[in-house]
Design a protein around this ligand. Structure first.
Ligand SMILES: *Cc1c(COP(=O)(O)O)cnc(C)c1O
Length: 239
């Protein structure tokens, strides 16, 4: 356990340095970027160690793993982000622990999240996940709305009880015109974000960048980076 704490501390230190130099290179203030540590596949004990090391934002992508972990860590001062594809039958559970859902990509999910948030008496932050692969957002099976669907989804979230429109999120595409061009993909996300902010000025969150491409995301203007592997280690056999 002590060794694991030291390992996480060292990894966090390296990620912090990367974020700080990316901010400096982009002429941005360090406070403009929030680190979200993606703890999927790792145990609640790691989440507890991370909280002890000063981490305040964690993310999960599967409700069946996240729900028990969040319950075990309910005493910790953490903001929980849900970043995975979300089925409507999981919405009630996710709303019970998540503060922000990054993967809102269709109107049906907006109404389900709204109903669950109202019922739970909570206000849930919602980011629109944008798919930047060519054609259908579902093409790569990773979810996300087509860029053209963002204005309508934004209006729906903004109008829904219990939901707060936070901004946009993307995962660098593996296929299509942006494959292998993370920086260009993230710049495109920033354009989409400014279109959204023209209608909804408070929706200023831009969630982009992971372990391998956080510098590209910060350079493009991301406000939130989602980092798993670089903090916790390579996930054995899982995505
Ligand atoms: C797993 C995951 C991450 C973190 O990825 P790493 O490459 O491990 O940093 C970020 N965002 C989403 C949506 C994820 O599912």
């Amino acid at each position: 356990m002590t060794d694991r704490r030291a390992e996480l501390a060292a990894n966090l230190g390296r990620v912090e340095e990367r974020i700080a130099s990316a901010c400096a290179a982009a002429g941005r203030k360090r406070e403009e970027v929030t680190l979200i540590v993606v703890t999927k596949t790792y145990p609640a004990s790691d989440v507890r160690l991370l909280a002890g090391l000063g981490v305040r934002h964690v993310a999960e992508n599967r409700d069946q793993d996240a729900a028990p972990k969040a319950a075990e860590c309910a005493d910790l001062p953490l903001t929980w982000h849900f970043v995975g594809q979300l089925q409507t039958n999981k919405v009630r559970s996710v709303v019970s622990y998540a503060d922000v859902v990054h993967s809102v990509d269709r109107p049906k999910l907006v109404s389900a999240l709204s109903a669950a948030a109202v019922r739970a008496g909570r206000e849930l932050g919602c980011l629109i996940q944008v798919a930047l692969d060519a054609g259908s957002g579902e093409a790569a099976g990773r979810g996300g709305a087509a860029p053209g669907a963002v204005p309508e989804l934004g209006d729906a979230i903004a109008a829904a009880d219990g939901l707060r429109l936070g901004g946009v999120m993307t995962v660098a595409p593996l296929t299509g015109p942006y494959a292998g061009r993370q920086r260009a993909a993230f710049e495109r996300l920033l354009e989409i974000s400014s279109g959204l902010r023209a209608r909804h000025p408070a929706a200023n969150m831009v969630s982009a960048g992971m372990s391998t491409d956080l510098e590209d995301a910060i350079g493009a203007g991301a406000t939130h980076v989602r980092v798993g592997t670089a903090v916790l280690g390579v996930r054995p056999g899982l995505r």
